[in-house]
Design a protein around this ligand. Sequence first.
Ligand code: NAX
Ligand code: ADP
Ligand code: K
Length: 501
Amino acid sequence: MKIFNAAQIQALDKETVSNQYISSFKLMERATTKVFEKLQTRYKLYQTSFVIFCGTGNNGGDGLTLARLLKEGGAMVKVFLVQTKKYSPDNAQNQDLLEDRDINVEKFNTKSKLKVKKDDVIVDALFGIGLHSPLDEEWRPIFDFLNETPCLERVSIDMPSGLLADVTTPIEAIVFKADVVYTFQLPKTALLLSDAKEYVKELEILDIGLDLDYIESTKSDAYFVEQEKVRNLVKSGTKFSSKDDFGRVILIGGSKGKIGAMTLASKAAMNTGSGIVTTYVPNCGYTILQTAIPEVMCDTCAGEDYIKVFPSVEHYDAVGVGCGLGLHKDTATALVTFLKDNKDKKLVIDADALNIISEQKCLDKVPVESILTPHEKELKRLIGEWDNDFDKIDKVKQLAKKHNVIFVLKGAHTITIAPDETIYFNSSGNWGMATAGVGDTLTGMITSLLGQGYTSKEAAIVGVYLHGLAGDIAIENIHPHSLVASDLGKNISSAYNQIAL
Ligand SMILES: NC(=O)C1=CN([C@@H]2O[C@H](COP(=O)(O)OP(=O)(O)OC[C@H]3O[C@@H](n4cnc5c(N)ncnc54)[C@H](O)[C@@H]3O)[C@@H](O)[C@H]2O)[C@@H](O)CC1
Ligand SMILES: Nc1ncnc2c1ncn2[C@@H]1O[C@H](COP(=O)(O)OP(=O)(O)O)[C@@H](O)[C@H]1O
Ligand SMILES: [K+]
């Protein structure tokens, strides 16, 4: 799914109205009906009272439409509408339709006293993608009230009001803090970034039937990766496949006390489909690995507790480096030599291998088309501080291009950034995955896919999605708090099955 900026979405709305021979009023009704259907399944309408805050534009129009639909659905509804001289035409038309419906519509301004009861659902339909700049300070008392007053839940239509869709919103800006955001047709970049974590606790994208031809023909360099995209990329075996067809990979890492990382990574590589997996660890890891995973071969180096020398990797289809590697200076020296000696080998680089590359300032030694998988702290060591998430993405884009490598920025919506400046936000995964070892599993999976012949970009996109999906399937039976990294490995098979459906 493509991600559009606000201007592109506004153009898409216009195109839809013209190509489908419908009025913008009808499109608003269609969009809002989708929100209504979601609310119908989320709450028992007959027992729920909604207080809907409506702005002066079409986001406000959505709120007014929703008021009508909720009332017809049996809910209690109260509307607060921003006082102004001029409303958008669809907004005004929906105001007219609310007359004689026994809905209390109260006009308000930024100085008004508002009222919400503790079991009301607050619906925020104040500003959507038409917001052109951060909200003026005069709005602060209203938003402080909306964000702090006790209520059942807070719902935003299209955008949490105050959040700009495609450029950064300053940290101190005034923004509605939604428990759930129902956004129309396509996700907006700001909704996917961790900077918005206070404003978007849950996100749902509602298909409102906007013009598919226009979406198809409009250029975008940002994508939201969903099952369909991954289904088209996943390779399958054939009756006569041999293990050589599924790739021979090696995972290099481990140090005393961190051999578990290699166990997780190599098991995940097997479960992702590699023909042959070899692990390369210091001596202290040998018995552990051989006991833990019979399917995986194990090679060791001269070092007892940490790796002192890297192996020759010319016979492997893919190489994953870094899980549990440690930061010993001999390991660091060996890694730098290994990078210099293997300029033609695509690597998957994670954890301490990334930390060593930061320390040694040798990003320029990383072979082209390698995949780097930093979490937030590893990325900071690599590129320094950033001002906000948009700035972070820009900085990483430039680095990916300069060094011709792929970055996988791990997080709630893991972001894959390719050297061609395309970026992919992942849609799968859950907070239960924020636990030690889950990243090692991902390294094993991406290395496996690279070894199976996926391009670097495909291996990153498919690996990240499959990994998150395995986590989503795991929490069908395990509470997110109890999810551990090995649960992911156990569910890679189900994730493949689900993608194939
Ligand atoms: N255009 C369409 O056909 C559809 C639009 N829809 C809704 O329409 C929304 C967009 O509607 P609009 O383009 O009318 O815009 P909005 O309703 O998001 O906001 C526009 C209003 O906010 C004011 N405004 C903008 N920035 C401001 C600021 N910094 N401080 C104070 N006031 C500010 C504008 O002057 C205008 O009155 C979408 O987010 C979505 O909710 C949906 O109904 C789907 C269909
Ligand atoms: N809130 C979240 N939602 C979805 N995925 C998450 C969330 N938090 C973490 N993850 C995923 O879990 C993994 C954690 O990796 P990482 O931080 O490297 O862990 P470790 O180094 O302990 O293995 C990443 O793939 C990340 O995207
Ligand atoms: K809104």
